[in-house]
Design a protein around this ligand. Structure first.
Ligand code: NAD
Length: 531
């Protein structure tokens, strides 16, 4: 087994320095735009490479392959991947179990140092990693940059959190005893991320796992295995020992399901759809033969997020917040605004301004830094267009409403707004996960909050109002895991906005917050009698 390399720079300075968020890149600066264009060309030259599974540090090939394509140019292969199946479950589990024996006992300072080094490497190659996101999931430059900045934040944040957790306040000391509480690792975790934050969410769940001393079977989404492969290469370069992260792209329904069901899987860290999250919860609840623990599930799922705009709101800023939250990354964020709930007194004015704003959004190849790229795949495009057709009958099409054919051969859809949608209707209740916003008219603030809360989800939400009373009411009554006031409902920042939803949006795990690492550990209490 490889040992950790010597730290690349003095760790003490890093340990003591307070956490600071990675700044976003200003692409209006020509120097940054030039670097991004150069990175895109560099990555373009590497498209189509073949990647292996990595199990116990060994490269493994499979008969079945998985093709990752560019959604903006489906004929362009981004990466050719091996496809883990049932045969790879035991080798991956055995490698992770073997690595756990040593990694779980590796001092937390060394585990944290691995994350610090990974963050440093990522910072050096930020533009290149952004370019991979442009090609693999069709993020524009700014969206890609935010995803990578968040990934760097997770390296910096969870490493500090692990160090903090190793020195928590001692418990009450009984007379005649020395009393302790330690947070120890759980075991082997299945890390199952979605494709929409293919760097940040994939890396966040993996980094939290390993810095806490666990080992991992990482099954990235079939739509975004390349960025995960590049990240695992980075971890190896930073000195990660063999078997700590076992990289296994494969189908969710076969490989993913089998890993979740495995008796030696100790926990599952999942982010994705409500349907798959509930399935994992069910499978994990069954005791497999030989299983001696209750599997822990950390499940973050879908949303049907609303922005409420009150009659007294600053209209221009509300229009901007709604447009950016609804159409950033083509509306494919769990936090995306998919419902705008607008007071009847400003409804018409709001729609007029929103239409003008949305019609300025450019759609096309994100390598050219358009506002919107393509949606993730053909199946998704079909499903979104079906929702749009339903919406045209259920409400009034304000703008958009079809595939954006002029944008190119990819899965492009016009930013679409459908007004006059009724509460409780299909489009108002179901997650569409694309560039579709529905607008609902409310009689007053009471009714607006009622509509906002009336779905089975509870992930993000925002309120635009100048009234202090209404802000405080929203804080009490708007039942979401992440609430924003007078700003967009997307773009949670690590440390400032711990992220996770209520109800069918998930287990409220609060990624990027001070409680997150507890989910990847178990507390051990020791009372020692003093002689
Ligand atoms: P998905 O549920 O289709 O897939 C997520 C992951 O689960 C993928 O890696 C997939 O291969 C795997 N999977 C599928 N079936 C499985 C099974 N039976 N067993 C084990 N693994 C299985 O979701 P997606 O399309 O990748 O992502 C979009 C969804 O993710 C949206 O619903 C979005 O709201 C949600 N999301 C939520 C958050 C959050 O923090 N709450 C963040 C991002 C995305």
């Amino acid at each position: 087994m490889a040992t950790l390399q010597a730290p690349a720079r003095p760790e003490t300075r890093l340990h003591k320095a307070p956490f600071v968020n990675e700044p976003f890149t200003d692409f209006s600066q020509e120097e940054n735009a030039r670097k991004m264009r150069a990175a895109i060309e560099k990555v373009r030259a590497q498209l189509g490479r073949e990647y292996d599974l990595i199990i116990g540090g060994k490269h493994v090939k499979t008969q079945d392959k998985l093709k990752s394509i560019n959604p903006a140019k489906p004929s362009q292969l981004v990466g050719l991947h091996q496809k883990a199946g049932k045969d790879q479950v035991e080798p991956a589990m055995n490698a992770a179990l073997k690595a756990f024996e040593t990694w779980s006992r590796t001092p937390v300072e060394e585990r944290a140092a691995l994350l610090f080094r990974t963050g440093d490497l990522l910072r050096e190659r930020k533009f290149e990693f952004c370019a991979w996101l442009v090609f693999e999931v069709s993020k524009n430059w700014g969206e890609a940059d935010a995803d990578i900045a968040e990934t760097i934040d997770f390296c910096e944040f969870y490493s500090r959190e692990a160090l903090r957790l190793s020195k928590v306040e001692p418990p009450v000391q009984l007379p005649g005893e020395r009393d302790y509480v330690f947070y120890i690792p759980l075991g082997v975790g299945a890390v199952i991320p979605p494709w929409n934050f293919p760097a940040a969410i994939m890396a966040g769940m993996t980094l939290a796992s390993i810095v806490a001393g666990n080992t991992v079977i990482l099954k990235p989404s079939s739509d975004s295995p390349t960025i995960a492969a590049r990240f695992v290469e980075l971890l190896e370069e930073a000195g990660m020992p063999e078997g700590v992260v076992n990289f296994c792209p494969g189908a969710g329904a076969s490989f993913g399901d089998a890993v979740v069901a495995h008796p030696q899987t100790r926990y599952i860290a999942f982010t994705g759809s409500r349907e798959v999250g509930l399935r994992i919860n069910k499978v994990a609840a069954d005791q497999a033969p030989g299983q001696i623990w209750i599997k822990r599930t950390i499940l973050e799922m879908g949303g049907k997020d609303a922005i409420v705009v009150d009659a007294d709101a600053d209209l221009d800023s509300a229009v901007e917040g709604v447009a950016v939250s609804a159409f950033g990354f083509q509306g494919q964020k769990c936090s995306a605004c998919s419902r705008a709930i607008i007071d009847e007194r400003i409804y018409d004015k709001f729609l007029e301004k929103l239409k003008a704003r949305v019609e300025r959004i450019t759609v096309g190849d994100p390598a050219e830094n358009t506002n919107m790229g393509a949606v993730i795949n053909e199946g998704s495009m079909k499903s979104i267009l079906e929702y749009i057709e339903t919406g045209k009958k259920a409400g009034r099409l304000l703008t958009g409403g079809k595939a954006a054919k002029s944008a190119g051969e990819g899965y492009f859809i016009e930013p679409t707004v459908i007004a006059d949608i009724a509460p409780k209707s299909k489009l108002e209740q179901e997650e569409i996960f694309g560039p579709v916003l529905v607008v609902i008219k409310s009689r007053n603030y009471d009714q607006a909050l009622e509509i906002a809360n009336d779905t089975e989800f509870g992930l993000t939400g925002a309120v635009y109002t100048k009234s202090r009373d209404k802000i405080e009411r929203a804080m009490r009554e708007f039942h979401v895991g992440n609430l924003y006031i007078n700003r967009k409902c997307t773009g949670a920042i690590v440390g400032a906005h711990p992220f996770g939803g209520f109800n069918m949006s998930g287990t409220d795990s609060k990624a990027g917050g001070p409680d997150y690492l507890y989910l990847f550990t178990q507390g051990k209490s020791v009372g020692e009698k003093i002689f």
